[in-house]
Ligand binder design. Sequence first.
Ligand SMILES: [Zn+2]
Length: 139
Amino acid sequence: MERNLARLSVAADRVQADLRQTTSQPWTCSVDSDYVLSVTNGVVTERLQLESEVEDEDWFAPAEASTDELGAGLDADADELLATEVVEALRGLGVTWPICAQHRRVMGACGGWWYCEGEPYHDVAEVGSLPGQQVASST
Ligand SMILES: [Zn+2]
């Protein structure tokens, strides 16, 4: 199943909101029509090619899903993809993000949520709703 570009753009906006909320820089995250993700703060830019197909279709878009379930599943796929790839792009720019303020560990993203492996493991926030006390560090 091909990923919907509008859905990916909305997910990019959510990750962008998290970035702006937690850093003092005007980051933008965008996806173009060739599935290229651009992450920039106006000074430096990193681009990554996104996979255009839903990779875990059985999980995010099962055949028996209702229309609503399918929409929610594809949103979760888009959020997880964008969150993971933006973290990767930032790493390429020497920025480690986002870091759990409590445990000082880099978070991961799964199914539309940021999580931290703790100890103990905890869900931090939905992608797009990251509290401002989380931090980024330049390496
Ligand atoms: Zn934590």
